[in-house]
Design a binder for this molecule. Structure first.
Ligand code: NZQ
Ligand code: ZN
Length: 394
């Protein structure tokens, strides 16, 4: 098994009314004049933003509002946020929303004290020496950004979606009240579950097979997400089920389910090209690719797919026919995606097939012009990546 570092410094406040502690946490982490950053309006409609602003005023915390973060958050708004933070002398950023608001806040936090363009970090041209502290009130359990070290931004000028990960990207605090997720539309709920599960699957589908505890945690997480996805889609105000998903979202991407194992991440890398180019919902982009990826790579580690089939998808064990079991596990996952109304191929995702020219462009971007490979369970070259997009296009 591999040596590992497990670093999760984020203070998590979880449960009913957790957001009432927002002002206290801001003060604890040194915020006196803050930027409140949010999306397209769901937090206004729910009244959450108003409640938080009232709390800030009552507690004597100055704040500036910056809304308008869109799914697949844009670099231009990050630039605007950086200017605002500098001009106003902001000392902490509070994101109120889903992964997009959280990631936009993280990027603003990196960029404010940096003299160059924040995009440098996403291109690998520079590393941040420091960042403003970020706290979040989570309204969409999906990306796990509240506990992850990642931040994903789209440079809309050339539809280039890139992630940057650093310990400085960890939030100081995350406030998670499952009741705040009751208003999520079914599509976002399902896409969120798919993303949560994929964060663990990207780690679970590894050739390292000797971390029994990590594997068991991953399998339990995946089973729990699957079970509770049906419950929240049937009853969006099921607090207990929403709780499982919200906590699962944080644990799936805080590093817990990778300890001692080499991660894969091919699906995420291929998906980020899709959501960069076509502006689709990240979780839906993942389900549109995974069944094809799985069938393309499973022979590289049939036993891993067998364990997934038996321990996660409930396929009966059949030691004499491992390949059949592995394939049934993939099929069962595909059926689950269909049950929760997620796409299982590119035409379903986009409403049309992608063209051969688009496939070439997606594969070119994903492989950085053929200079890098993606994935570890099976290492994928530019040609493999193009083949997977092509197979997912049928
Ligand atoms: O913008 P508003 O009006 O708030 O509406 C949002 C948005 O339309 C809505 N929404 C969120 N919470 C709601 C709600 N609607 C009703 N009730 C609520 N409680 O849902 C829509 C999607 O929100 P968004 O924040 O875009 O979704 P998500 O949380 O899935 O974030 C997606 C972004 O995160 C990136 C993705 O690539 C994508 O850009 N990721 C970030 C990661 C990270 N930082 O660790 C890891 C992930 O793999 C992912 O790449
Ligand atoms: Zn993801």
């Amino acid at each position: 098994m591999r040596n590992f570092t497990y670093y999760t410094p984020t203070e998590v406040i979880f449960g009913r009314n957790a957001e009432e502690q927002t002002a206290a946490l801001i003060k604890k982490y040194g915020g006196r004049k803050i930027l409140v950053h949010y999306g397209g309006g769901s937090v206004k409609r729910s009244g959450l933003l108003d409640r938080i602003c009232t709390q800030l005023t009552n507690e004597g915390i100055e704040y500036i509002l910056l809304g308008g973060v869109v799914p697949n958050p844009r670099l231009s708004l990050v630039h605007e946020g950086i200017e605002l933070c500098r001009r106003e002398g902001i000392d902490l950023i509070l994101a109120v929303g889903g992964g997009s608001a959280m990631d936009s806040a993280k990027a603003i936090a990196y960029g404010t004290p940096y003299e160059g363009d924040v995009w440098d970090f996403f291109c690998g041209k520079a590393k941040p020496a420091t960042a403003l502290p970020v706290g979040v009130v989570v309204t969409n359990p999906a990306t796990g950004s509240e506990m992850s070290d990642s931040c994903v931004i789209t440079n809309e000028a050339d539809k280039d979606k890139r992630g940057y990960s650093s310990p400085l990207g960890r939030c100081r605090f995350a406030i998670s009240n499952p009741e705040l997720t009751f208003t999520l539309p079914p599509y976002q709920t399902a896409a969120g579950v798919a993303d949560i599960m994929m964060h663990t699957m990207e780690r679970y589908f590894s050739n390292d097979m000797d971390m029994a505890l990590t594997e068991a945690l991953a399998e339990a997480l995946l089973r729990t997400m699957k079970e509770n996805a049906y419950k929240v889609l049937a009853n969006p105000t099921d607090y207990t089920a929403r709780t499982q998903i919200m906590w699962g979202g944080s644990l799936a991407h805080n590093g817990l389910t990778e300890c001692g194992m080499l991660r894969d991440w091919a699906n995420h890398k291929m998906e980020h090209e899709l959501s960069g180019m076509f502006d689709v919902t990240h979780g839906a982009g993942l389900t549109a690719l995974w069944p094809t990826w799985a069938r393309y790579v499973y022979k590289s580690n049939i036993q891993r797919f067998v364990r997934f089939a038996v321990n996660v998808m409930g396929v009966p064990a059949d030691p004499a026919n491992p390949e059949a079991v592995a394939l049934k596990g993939i099929e069962a996952m595909e059926s689950f995606y269909k049950d929760i109304k997620m796409p299982v191929n590119l035409p379903e995702l986009l409403g049309r097939p992608v063209t051969e020219a688009e496939i070439a462009e997606l594969a070119r971007r994903c492989s950085h012009d053929g200079t890098i490979t993606v994935g570890n369970l099976r290492v994928l070259t530019q040609e493999d990546i193009a083949a997977i997009y092509r197979l997912a296009n049928q």
